[in-house]
Design a protein around this ligand. Structure first.
Ligand code: NAD
Length: 424
């Protein structure tokens, strides 16, 4: 019995199955024909490379890397590269299709891609990571490029990784091509506002949802899971906008203060001590209770599969803003819907990051860089319009926001494909 429950929970948490479930529901509601479903279900291209790399001790090791381009119907493939020991082709395929839908929801001219290298970065030195990155890039040289496929950072990769990819690609092209990747350091063609963009996008769409609920920022109690890039930035910007951040949930503890946490002070405490625990401006609460506190807005911004069939009934928020990718399983979706929780789905809520990546690509290609105010203003315009598009679609079709977001995305991608026609 226990094995049955754990294997059905494992299925529930499988990213490929979750992506398929959402795709199927949206495709059926849209009445998408079988042919189009077949095309959109399979990635346009999957590349597997085996990368020989010399380790620091002189041994040769071979690492496996993937790059999947799910769709290039609306523009170059766009999506991160992750380094992790458990990366699989299935996972990369699911994440690549996710990127297609995310870019389409915010209506930016990209398709979806994703990449990964099976390795454990904790066991590798910087120079080993550099050699892996460069050889991975060299093996993919004819598949990536500003007009083809534009990688970005993801799990365990960062600005430095992007600088190595950019340099390797440029060496092969015999000229500096900054637009081949996004998420670069500012001094190498990165964009202002990129680091804050995902958290900022969460704040923008949440403020739109609050208007629908007639909630004023100062009456809004927020719980955020994850105090990393997305969560800490969303917390900072929501606090600045006047929301009461009553709890931050981290992997080891929840810090709670019903009057609202001082986010700048909590960040300083975390930077000083390495943890949010024992912050004088709040109390420590058991970690596992944090997600289920009574609040107006819950922002899961840590990792995937945190809300499942096993715990979704305990959520006590009015609005769920999915800062993380895939924090809610399809089974949990049904429970949240029954409870009437207003979900701002990940492919909309955290699309601020890819939107400013798009701005980075545009600036690199123009060779003309924008100030932060311009970046943030344009991000706001896109996030507000996309929120309205999704909510409007949900009302028009009588579906929940997640299904509406997928329907909107599928509609846009399939329309582009119909206009282009099938090349034979
Ligand atoms: P991050 O590594 O900077 O931060 C994650 C934080 O979550 C860390 O502080 C970590 O300690 C905490 N955490 C991990 N497991 C936890 C758990 N079980 N309970 C509570 N806290 C936990 O990562 P990030 O860049 O902020 O990304 C977070 C999520 O947002 C991921 O799902 C990522 O795919 C998604 N996302 C990020 C971006 C971006 O621009 N960074 C864009 C889109 C989506």
């Amino acid at each position: 019995m226990i094995t049955e429950v754990s294997s059905s929970l494992e299925n529930e948490m499988n990213p490929w199955l979750a992506a398929e479930a959402r795709f199927d529901e949206a495709a059926s509601r849209l009445g998408l024909d079988d042919g189009m479903r077949k095309i959109l279900r399979s990635p346009a291209r999957e590349v597997t490379v085996h990368i020989p790399v010399q380790l620091d001790d002189g041994r040769l090791e071979v690492f496996t890397g993937y790059r999947v381009q799910h769709s290039v119907a609306r523009g170059p493939a766009k999506g991160g590269v992750r380094f992790a020991p458990d990366v699989t082709l299935d996972e990369v395929k699911a994440l690549a299709s996710w990127m297609t839908w995310k870019c389409a929801v915010v209506n930016i001219p990209f398709g979806g891609g994703k990449g990964g290298v099976v390795c454990d970065p904790r066991l590798l030195s910087m120079s080993e990571l550099e050699r892996i990155t460069r050889r991975y890039t060299a093996e993919l040289i004819e598949f990536i490029g500003p007009e083809k496929d534009v990688p970005a950072p993801d799990m365990n990769t960062n600005q430095q990784t992007m600088a190595w990819i950019m340099d390797t690609y440029s060496m092969h092209m015999r000229s500096t091509v900054t637009a081949v990747v996004t998420g670069k350091p500012l001094d190498l063609g990165g964009s202002r506002g990129r680091t804050e963009a995902t958290g900022r996008g969460c704040q923008i769409v949440t403020s739109q949802a609050l208007k629908l609920f007639g909630l004023e920022p100062h009456n809004t109690r927020v719980v955020i899971q994850g105090f990393g890039n997305v969560g800490s930035m969303a917390a900072r910007l929501m606090a600045q906008a006047g929301y009461r951040i009553i709890a931050i949930v981290e992997y080891d503890v929840t810090v709670y203060n019903d009057h609202g946490l001082d986010i700048a002070a909590l960040l300083a405490h975390r930077n000083e001590t390495g943890s949010i625990r024992d912050f004088t401006g709040g109390e420590n609460v058991p970690q596992q209770d944090g997600l289920f506190l009574d609040c107006d807005v819950l922002v899961p911004a840590a990792r995937e599969n945190v809300l499942t069939s096993q715990n979704a009934a305990r959520v006590r928020a009015k609005i769920l803003c999915e800062g993380a990718n895939g924090p809610t399983t399809p089974e949990a979706d049904k429970i949240l819907a029954e409870k009437g929780i207003f979900v701002i789905p990940d492919i909309l809520a955290n699309a601020g990051g890819v939107t400013v990546s798009y701005f980075e690509w545009v600036q690199d290609r123009q060779g003309f860089f924008w100030n932060e105010q311009l970046v943030n203003g344009r991000l706001e315009e896109i996030m507000v319009n996309s929120f309205r598009d999704v909510v409007g679609y949900a009302e028009k079709h009588g579906v929940h926001n997640r299904t509406a977001a997928y329907m909107l995305a599928l509609d846009r991608v399939s329309f582009a494909m119909k206009l282009r026609g099938i090349y034979a």
